[in-house]
Design a protein around this ligand. Sequence first.
Ligand SMILES: [Fe+2]
Ligand SMILES: [Fe+2]
Length: 265
Amino acid sequence: MVNVKLLNNYQDLLNPIHNFLLCKTPNKWIEQASDPQKLPLLLTDHLHCELKAAQSAGLLLRRYVVDDETSQQILQWLEPYETRVYRGHLLSSDDVNINANNKKNQQVPRLQIKKGEVWQHELLSRMVLLMKEELHHFDQVFSIIETNQIELQPTTAARYAAGMLRHIRGSEKGGLVDKLIIGGIIEARSCERFAALVPHLPESIARFYVSLLRSEARHFEDYLTLAQMVAGEDIEVRTQEFLQIERELIESPDKVLRFHSGPVM
Ligand SMILES: [Fe+2]
Ligand SMILES: [Fe+2]
C-alpha cells in the first residue's frame, strides 16, 4: 500500500506516457520481474540500461553535432562508467574511484558544434543534460546494488532496442529522426515500467524508481521534440509505425527476462 501511495502524485506525469504507448506492460511480465529472486537480474539489466541511455545520447552528439575534439571528450566522459560495467565485469566501488567519476560527471566537456543548425544547438543542450542524468542514475543503481549486497549476473542485451533500430531509414535526416523517435519510445516505456513495478518492489527500491519518473518523462518529451524539430514535418505516421513495432516487442513472448523484454513463456 505504501508503494501505491508513492505513485499517487505522479498521475499527471504518467497520463501522457500511457496515452502515447499503445499498450501497458503485461501483468505476466510484472509478475515475473517482481519475483524477489529476479531482483539481481533486474537491477543488473537496469544498470546496463542507464549506461546505454548515456551512450546513445553520446553517439547522437558525436555523429550529428560536435567536432572531433569534443567527440573524444565525450568518449572520455563515458569511459569510467564503461570500465565499471564491461572490463572488470562490474567492479565494486572500492576498485574504482567513484568520486573521481562524479567529478568528471560535473565537468561536462567544452562542447564545440560542427555546423550550427538550430536543431543542433537544441540537440546539444538536451542530450548533454540527458547524459548527465543517465550517468547519475547509473551511480544510484550501482549504489543500491552495493548497499543491498546484490550479486550481479552476466546478462545479454534484450531484443527490444535492436528490434526497433533495425527499421531505421538509411537517409541521413530520416535515420536521425527515426533514432530520436525510438529514443522517445524507450524513455516512455522505461517510465511506464518503473511505475508498473513500484507496487511490487521492496520499499527502498520502489522509492528510487518513483524518483526516476520525472526525469524519464522529460527525456521522452525531449526526444520527440527533437525528432519533430529535425524532421520539419509531421512525424505522427512514422511515430505510430515504431509504436506498433514496440507493442509487438512488449506483448509477444520473449526468450529472456529483461527490463525491456516481453513476458517469458
Ligand atoms: Fe535513466
Ligand atoms: Fe532517461
